[in-house]
Design a protein around this ligand. Structure first.
Ligand code: AMP
Length: 611
């Protein structure tokens, strides 16, 4: 399938039409210096530059059709993939763009004020031009959505963290994922058996610890400024330096932004600009600042390699990629020499000869006795975006041909409380506070959490869902039950007769002993009467459902309860154990998490008439 991939930056556009399997482009577009009146120019297929409109939207509207016109005969577009820099907490994988997604994307602008608006402009213009094609957004942050809490948390006051969504998001995820999987392919190993350190060293630089296929640490942070020394960005700093500069130099926020993002890194160190080729050349000629720039740059990468090996308890492969990683043997030498203590033995000759391309994307630079593989891998973000896009286009087509699907949400452990219990746990007259709405109309996750005290152990920070109900109910997974030391039945919501009780702890030592109410929620599908008619089911029917198409862990769930009400929204709810079984679960704090998963009704069976 041929996919148009669009990557809109703040002052440039890169786009290509490429085959999603081989990654080979059939036509390419580059536009640069957008926003500079009279200087903006574009090239198609590396040809002669020509002047183009300077404003990003008008430039795109002008250039995309010109580029598409030049596709060879017989090539048809199957879909359009868009690079998005920031997906926030919401997007942990590529997503088909519709009005609802667009609204969520716009809300993320404060997290990436420079990049996301340009990316969004690309989506808007391309959707106007090609409304009938499937548009897919692919996020730089998504691959790092698996970072464990300990790795993504900054030690700042909790109020500030919550107010501003402060956490490590990480970037370059599309590249890290792509080269890690290419490395695994090259080694003939399943990525789920490998611990890989990926070093993306280009104009922007970042590293990732990819443990058994998942990113568990990465060097960029809430913004792309943290971590390694980059072309013009400082990377890691003592935050005290910023305070010092503000006090002593009187620097404003914008001035500081400029210093850190544009005037630092290799450019600040070397004094000759940010291009590693020039810096290497000058260093060879004896320029002391350029030599120092190379040393500082490599030192940081080495330091992170040590750190990531420690975090993963070892490493099987170290990958170098992007402009510097793929091309600079001198930098690779500085980074990878004397790593024998890790089991990585560097081979000077193979390093000198290493060359990678689309056709030969991987070169080995370790010697034959090395336990750890040292690899140079050609990254190709456009190809990765095309692959993700084609996958979602194919999935949509399959869905269309097989009828309507049902969104799946994973419900983490939570409690429903009566107003009386709320007051007993949080104080007289206490009212639950809404944290965020849930997908079922009128339901919300509350700011409040409780501790479940079971016979064996406790579970803290269990989310309260609102509004208050006329029954107390604690919904946990089977794994939670084992942990707490309980044995509760699978029940439909509200059916709590003869279920185990539990102790709840609220604030300031307040406790409530529930006599009953702990259930393992019966997996169910909420739907409206219209939905029920479409699917040919009735309230309390029990059906069989297929979940996890596209995740690689397809599961067919039997005994799924249908719940029909005009108040509901079509959605299947499963718990974290079930979500994990179908590879759908994401970390959550007690609310429903919508997944990219879809379910398909397979069989209608019996009716449930007790509840
Ligand atoms: P990227 O952002 O991946 O295009 O990488 C850009 C960076 O790669 C710039 O710092 C370039 O100077 C650097 N680069 C490209 N080719 C070479 C090379 N042959 N030797 C050293 N650095 C290179």
């Amino acid at each position: 399938m041929h996919i148009l991939v669009v990557n809109c930056g703040s002052s440039s556009i890169k786009a290509a039409v490429l085959d999603h399997k081989s990654g080979a482009p059939v036509v390419e577009l580059r536009a640069e210096r957008l926003g500079e009146e009279g200087k903006s120019e574009a090239r198609i297929n590396g040809g002669e530059p020509f002047a183009c409109k300077t404003e990003i939207r008008s430039a795109l509207a002008e250039l995309l059709p010109k580029m598409v016109e030049q596709m060879p005969e017989g090539v048809e577009l199957g879909g359009i993939g868009h690079r998005m820099v920031h997906g926030g907490e919401k997007f942990d994988g590529p997503v088909r763009v519709d009005e609802e997604v667009l609204e969520d994307l716009r809300a993320l602008t404060p997290l990436a004020p420079l990049h996301n608006p340009a990316n969004l402009a690309g989506i808007d213009v391309a959707r106007d031009l090609y409304p009938d094609l499937c548009h897919v957004a692919v996020f730089d942050t998504a691959f790092h959505s698996t970072l464990p809490r300990r790795a993504r948390t900054y030690a700042l006051p909790e109020e500030l963290v919550k107010k501003h969504n402060i956490r490590k998001y990480g970037f370059h995820g599309t590249s890290h994922a792509y080269v890690a999987s290419k490395a695994a392919e090259h080694l003939g190993e399943d990525i789920r058996n490998l611990r890989i350190i990926t070093c993306h060293l280009g104009s922007g630089c970042s590293m990732a610890a990819v443990e058994y296929g998942r990113s568990i640490e990465t060097s960029m942070g809430m913004t792309p400024l943290e971590g390694l020394v980059m072309g013009t960005r400082s990377g890691d700093l003592d935050p005290g330096i910023l305070l010092h500069l503000m006090r002593e130099e009187g620097l404003s926020v914008d001035e500081l932004d400029r210093v850190l993002n544009r005037d630092s890194g290799l450019k600040g160190l070397s004094g000759v600009g940010n291009d590693m080729r020039d810096i290497e050349q000058r260093a060879c000629e004896g320029d002391e600042r350029c030599r120092m720039a190379m040393q500082v740059f490599s030192h940081h990468v080495r330091k992170y390699i040590g750190a990531y090996a420690a975090v993963m308890g070892g490493v099987d492969a170290i990958v170098f990629t992007a402009g510097i990683g793929e091309n600079s043997e001198v930098i690779r030498h500085r980074i990878a020499q004397r790593l024998d203590f890790l089991g990585a033995r560097f081979d000077e000759e193979r390093n000198r000869d290493a060359e990678v391309s689309r056709e030969n994307p991987v070169a080995e630079i370790h010697n034959r006795r090395s336990r750890v593989s040292l690899l140079v891998v050609a990254t190709d973000e456009l190809h990765a975006i095309a692959q993700h896009t084609a996958h979602l286009v194919q999935e949509r087509d399959l869905t269309r041909s097989e009828g309507r699907t049902i969104p799946v949400a994973v419900s983490a452990r939570h409690v429903h409380l009566t107003q009386e219990t709320v007051e007993a746990l949080f104080g007289e007259g206490y009212q639950l506070k809404e944290l965020r709405p849930l997908s079922q109309p009128g339901q919300y996750a509350c700011e409040e959490t409780v501790t479940l005290v079971g016979p064996k152990r406790k579970l803290e920070h269990v989310r309260v869902l609102g509004p208050a109900r006329n029954l107390n109910q604690v919904e946990v997974s089977r794994t939670d039950e084992f942990y707490l030391g309980l044995d509760s039945p699978v029940r439909a919501s509200g059916d709590v007769a003869n279920t185990p009780g539990i102790m709840l702890e609220g604030t300031e030592g307040r406790k409530v002993e529930l006599k009953q109410g702990v259930i393992c929620a019966w997996r169910h599908i909420h739907m409206t009467p219209d939905d029920a008619e479409y699917f040919g089911v009735e309230d309390k029917d029990i059906v069989e459902v297929e979940v996890g198409h596209g995740t690689g862990r397809r599961v067919i769930f039997g005994d799924v309860l249908i719940r029909v009400s005009p108040k509901y929204k079509l959605e299947m709810h499963i718990d974290t154990d079930e979500g994990n079984a179908a590879e759908l679960s994401r970390s959550s704090e007690g609310a429903l998490i919508s997944t990219e998963g879809i379910a398909r009704l397979r069989h209608r069976r019996v009716r449930y008439d007790h509840g």
